[in-house]
Design a protein around this ligand. Sequence first.
Ligand code: IPM
Ligand code: MG
Length: 367
Amino acid sequence: MGTRIEARIVLLPGDGVGPEVVAEATRVLDAVAARWGHRWTYDTVAIGGEAVDAFGEPLRDEDVARCRTADALLLGAVGGPKWDGFERERRPEQGLLKIRKALGLYANLRPVSVMPGLADASPLKPHLLEGVDLLVVRELTGGIYFGRPSRQWREWRGRVAIDTLVYREHEIRRVVRLAFELAGSRRGRLASVDKANVLQSSRLWRAVVEEVADDFPGVNWEHVLVDAMAMHLVRSPGRYDVVVTENMFGDILTDEASVLAGSIGLLPSASIGPAGIRGRPLGLYEPIHGSAPDIAGRDIANPTGAILSAAMLLRLSLGLEEEARAVEAAVIDVVSGGVRTADLAADGSPAGTQAFGSAVAERVSDG
Ligand code: IPM
Ligand code: MG
């Protein structure tokens, strides 16, 4: 048995199905702690609409401070129709953007693969899914999500709105460098996605990619335009290994890519930044799905994305590779054993969120 560790994990359950899926991820983390003798202390922080209701803002500065000193952060989801009409400062999504920016979590890693036995869950023809093993690296603290000006106003002819897509060289370089490194440790292929035929920011992105590429002669890389990539992702997804792109393109392409896996409920993500206190990056781990208010509170959400995010947390922020693999293997075992949540159950007898989480936790405990 390896070393026993102690870690402080901040939970940010958020809105909609967020609390339900985070509860299952912590159930699995607890099973890991029990089996390997680790100790977690959890600290829960309000984020999103939940925080707007309680404190009038989607994430308080004092709570950002609590996140900053954690070993890792595990988030559910934010947002919902209740807060849709709110002005920007009080929108749930701003809490998520604030924590990403405040902690400098500039790289969002979103792996996409097809679990054994789940090829039938995707609407794509099974042969297209052969060999799908993608890692999308999405830039997370720049681009149109953060550029200023960003506002709406009135003119005599009507309303006007502006958002600004801005990238600085250093913001592009660090995420592209990370993507090249990751490609080097995987199958050695990298696609950089942009819209360089139209956007200045994309032309800068391309120039930086070409400069960084010189340091990675072993990586076979290409530029791909985002509109073409939207097509390639569903026509020949097996062709790609690491895909790196700016913030909004990454947001859109990863929802699209979730179709390959069979359900958006399956996909995890890790948002990482500079090395944290242990010399490992402080990371924010979250499923890529949203708050799904239509199914919240009904014990039917798929907690797999959250559970696999917890596996990424173990691996990347705590350095527990064996434990991470055990969680991933447990998920695969449970799913291929036929335990499936409603989004994936073909036979009409789905497992609930808690039953699925318990099955994975038990599998982890059994070893
Ligand atoms: C995501 C989400 C968020 C984003 C929203 C909730 C702000 O869609 O993490 O993909 O756009 O980044
Ligand atoms: Mg998204």
